[in-house]
Write a protein of this length. Structure first.
Length: 366
């Protein structure tokens, strides 16, 4: 009795194992494959581990961008450079007409005269105090007036500096006393004009931007990545821009999602191939991942089927197809990166997968 029960159990287990082995196999001949429109292609080459097809934009690092604005209310008389022009530090890039400049210059001349007057009075009172003719309080009052006049003069001179006048120009103004309403705007750096936001004849208030000038000897990238793809990324990972033969490395991974498309912002620096890129250019990038040597394959999303909560690909066999369970590492709009018990030499179904899925699930069988 015991031996009979044991034999029955072995037969039952064998039946389960056979069913489990065949449930993922689909018997189908070549003629049926053609009639169902099933396309078969080789499994793509192995990848070392990267997330590809990520949209990015080439940008100028923040510490290399300068905004040139109007120091005083003025009218633009002449624009001397255009977008794309290279400029040198101190080069005149625009001429403005500003009545406010003449007022500041007049204030400087007045404060200069007042400063000299208080200096002379202080020197006289110091001599009189030394001879005992005046009191100490009068001397202190003269000292206070001299300091106040010096502060007013320094303030006016600093205002002219902020307006774009050089120390030489200020010294010439003091010696000649000739007022001018023409304001010269110069470039703060050696760089390239990226934007021009005003033209000749426009009247502008103070601190209104006219130019954006940047150093373009190094460029950066801002990349939008889906949250699911960020888990395997690390700072320092390699970045490539295949279409422009450029490469760099990842420098920062955002900690929040953008409100519009729910992606994570990645930042990187471009180290090679910058001559092929321009600030503001949109590119498609690939970022290396840390997968501990796990073999990956990038395949079309049309080759992946989802059955009972698992992702499978259909591998061609002599009898038809075998449904192999795979792990989706990174899922994109058109393709996904997968990993699984694959040798890399398999032929997989890339189109018509829905027919194989239906056959596997017994839909349409009678």
């Amino acid at each position: 009795m015991y031996k009979a029960s044991l034999l029955l159990g072995i037969v039952f287990l064998s039946t389960i194992e056979t069913a489990s082995a065949t449930v993922n196999d689909i018997a189908i001949n070549a003629k049926q494959i053609t009639s169902l429109g099933i396309a078969i292609n080789p499994l793509p080459a192995k990848q070392s581990g990267e997330v590809s097809g990520l949209p990015g934009q080439v940008i100028v690092p923040g510490n290399q961008m300068y905004v040139v604005s109007t120091p005083l209310p003025a009218m633009i008389e002449q624009i001397l450079v255009g977008v794309g022009d290279s400029v040198k530090r101190g080069q005149t890039i625009a001429l403005l007409q500003s009545p406010a400049l003449a007022e500041v210059q007049r204030g400087l001349l007045q404060s200069s005269v007042q400063r000299q007057l208080t200096r002379d009075n202080l020197a006289r009172d110091q001599s009189l105090y030394k001879d005992g003719i005046i009191s100490e309080s009068r001397l202190r009052n003269s000292q206070a007036l001299a300091l106040e006049a010096q502060a007013a003069f320094s303030e006016r001179r600093q205002m002219l500096r902020l307006s774009g006048m050089s120390d030489n120009a200020i010294a010439q103004l003091q010696s000649s006393s000739n007022l001018s309403s023409q304001l010269t705007v110069t470039s703060p750096i050696d760089g390239v004009v990226l934007e021009k936001t005003a033209g000749a004849g426009q009247r502008l208030d103070a601190a209104v931007p006219i130019f954006k000038i940047a150093r373009v000897d190094s460029l950066s990238l801002e990349i939008q990545a889906p949250l699911a793809m960020v888990r395997d990324l690390k700072v320092g990972a390699p970045i490539t821009i295949p279409a422009y033969s450029a490469s760099g490395k990842l420098t920062a991974i955002g900690h929040s999602l953008t409100g519009t498309n729910q992606t994570v912002l990645l930042r990187g620096v471009i180290l090679q191939g910058m001559k092929n890129l321009r600030p503001g250019q949109f590119v498609e990038t690939s970022v290396g991942t840390s997968t501990s040597g796990q073999v990956q394959y990038e395949i079309s999303n049309s080759a992946i089927a989802r059955i009972d909560g698992r992702a499978v690909v259909f591998i061609r066999t002599p009898q038809g197809f075998h449904a192999e369970t795979v792990q989706i590492l990174n899922e994109g709009a058109q393709s996904s990166v997968i990993s699984g018990a694959l040798k890399g030499v398999e032929q997989i179904a890339t189109h018509g997968v829905s027919a194989l899925k239906s056959s596997m699930m017994g839909i349409g069988d009678k």
